[in-house]
Design a protein around this ligand. Structure first.
Ligand code: 13P
Length: 243
């Protein structure tokens, strides 16, 4: 059975002092059963802080991006092996905010492979823009983004997590309805098939809050959430994870 997973994405937020308070509140507030996993993805400079604050707890941590390269002359890039040294379990790859800056499907696939190669679980983000939805190309876009990763990983696709994040629902307060989200999750579930991909968790992301999480999690193909803004408040994030 696929476990439940809620991942927070702090995006470019935080600071040493507020992080200390948030991490301590999360640690104190979370001791849930093993069938339910909680994780946060923090900016690279705070990975050591997440590691120090959360080691030995039931909360995992991860990075928001990794380089597609292993090492070398790539100024400003951070490799998957480097973030793995800070005890990360997860790395987001292909977030729409990075795709919008020019990351294409091929690069996202390389990043997913780099993360796996370093022992991380890539959380591969897929999702359509509003214009793509209105043009009726949601399915084609999401499957194209997924297929690029699946083609590169082969059987290793079984080791990833997928997050469906419709771009129009991110940071807008406009959540996809449970049925809109379920429709895309079902499509991805069918694409993953009954073989190696059957156990891949499918998360929904985009304006998830404690008051809409329950209805989303009740959908048969939604295994959890990737949470942006609401992951910056311990009470709200923990309430989502418990929903
Ligand atoms: P919000 O939850 O702030 O809409 O962000 C979603 C997201 O982009 C998570 O990766």
């Amino acid at each position: 059975m696929r476990g439940k997973l809620v991942v927070g994405n702090w995006k470019m937020n935080g600071g040493l002092r507020p992080n200390d308070a948030l991490l301590a509140e999360l640690r104190a507030g979370w001791a849930e059963p093993a069938d339910r996993q909680l994780a946060i993805c923090v900016p690279h400079p705070y990975l050591w802080q997440a590691q120090a604050a959360l080691s030995g707890s039931a909360i995992a941590w991860g990075a928001q991006d990794v380089s597609e390269y292993a090492s070398g002359a790539h100024t400003g890039e951070v490799s998957a092996a480097m973030v793995a040294e800070f005890g990360c379990r997860y790395a987001l790859v292909g977030h729409s905010e990075r795709r919008a800056r020019g990351e294409d499907d091929a690069v996202v696939a390389l990043k997913a492979a780099a993360a796996l190669g370093a022992g991380l679980t890539p959380v591969v983000c897929v999702g359509e823009t509003l214009a793509e939805r209105e043009a009726g190309s949601t399915d084609a876009v999401v499957l194209r983004q997924f297929d690029a990763v699946a083609a590169r990983l082969g059987d290793r696709v079984s080791a990833i997590v997928i997050a469906y994040e419709p771009v129009w629902a991110i940071g807008t307060g406009r959540t996809a309805s449970p049925s809109q989200a379920q429709t895309v999750h079902r499509l991805l579930r069918e694409r993953l098939g009954r073989g190696a991909g059957a156990g891949v968790p499918l998360l929904y992301g985009g304006s998830v809050k404690s008051d809409n999480a329950k209805a989303l999690f009740a959908c048969p193909d939604i295994d959890g959430a990737l949470v942006g803004g609401a992951s910056l408040k311990a009470d709200e994030f923990l309430a989502i994870a418990r929903a």
